[in-house]
Design a protein around this ligand. Structure first.
Ligand SMILES: [Zn+2]
Length: 321
């Protein structure tokens, strides 16, 4: 699937060379706080003894999407996942500012709308610039880990670019519970990688600021399936059984038709049928109860967990196969 000679024979990041069989922690300086404190992106490089594909595993592009950070942390500390072939470049937490401020953004700007970035731009733009220039240039593909927004829980899912055949093949290897093509968003990481012919899988699981064990587990298992396929980790590594891997063809957000208290009647990830009641919106005085129904047969791929909704709020993401 990837061109030889493989890029990992010598990986160069910020002027430091990492040869076959070497591991290194590299800190890429990007900014100084007004207090003078240096801000760096910590990057772990695990280069196997043999040539093979190089993958970027990226967490916390959005600083409040904690599942992405936690699942990478768990993989980092597990000694079973020693890289024997190819190279894994790991960014456990890209958006350190967002993480500190419990925010998706970096100084008010979304890094994922700041690509390709610039050396002299805003902080978000500089992060984007160094990510492409120092890291993406070294990789054959990337897995970018995310979660749903506040209170909206994404059932573990992989998103990819429809025109990118390699990304589709990687999504099948990852084998998340759901997978689907999603449009390229201008100035996003996936869009910039697509322009540079680097396939990207975007993993979405859970919601921001809340750890979700299922999403963490699925994110790790999928990543291990991909690494194992390319013989990057030992074939003795145990991975939980494959999912049914449902490919979603069409998607639609079901929104609140009125404001009120929202009660969820179905489980996230479940199969639903046309006209099935998915939830109720009630006024606070108990006078009205509005049913929220499924417009077609499908799967709930994201659900709103917040009990107070305004008209127009997204309640369910419904996928059709
Ligand atoms: Zn995100």
């Amino acid at each position: 699937m990837f061109k030889t000679p493989f890029k990992n024979e010598v990986v160069e990041i910020r002027g430091q060379k990492i040869g076959l069989g070497q591991n290194k922690l590299i800190k890429i300086p990007v900014d100084r706080l007004p207090t003078g404190t240096l801000i760096e992106i910590p990057v772990y490089v695990f280069n196997g003894k043999k040539a093979g594909p190089t993958v970027l595993l990226q967490g916390g592009l959005h600083g409040d999407e904690v599942n992405s950070i936690e699942l990478i942390r768990r993989m980092l500390i597990d000694k079973n996942y020693k890289i024997q072939q190819g190279c894994v470049i790991v960014v456990p937490l890209l958006n350190v500012f967002g993480f500190l401020n419990l925010s998706r953004n970096m100084h008010g700007k979304d890094v994922n709308r700041s690509f390709p970035g610039s050396k002299k731009g805003s902080l978000a733009s500089r992060f984007a610039y160094y990510l492409m220039k120092e890291l993406v240039v070294n990789v054959d593909f990337a897995i970018d880990f995310h979660t749903g927004g506040a209170q909206r829980n994404n059932y573990p899912q992989i998103r990819y670019t429809d025109q990118d055949k390699k990304a589709i093949a990687l999504a099948e290897l990852f084998n998340a519970p759901f997978q689907f093509a999603s449009k390229l968003i201008p100035k996003s990481f996936r869009n910039e990688c697509f322009k540079n012919e680097i396939p990207v899988l975007v993993f979405e699981g859970g919601e921001s600021l809340r750890l979700d064990e299922l999403s963490i587990k699925e994110g790790i298992n999928g990543t291990l399936r991909v690494l194992k396929h390319f013989n990057m980790i030992s074939n003795t590594v145990k991975i939980e059984k494959q999912n049914t891997n449902i490919v979603i063809i069409k998607r639609q957000w079901i929104r609140a038709k009125s404001s009120g208290l929202f009660s969820l009647k179905v489980k996230n990830g479940s199969k639903v049928i046309k006209n099935q009641v998915l939830g109720h919106i009630m006024d606070t005085y108990g006078e009205t109860q509005l049913e929220v129904k499924a417009p077609y047969n499908g799967y709930i791929i994201a659900a709103n967990n917040f009990p107070i909704v305004n008209m127009g709020d997204a309640l369910f993401h419904l996928g059709k196969i």
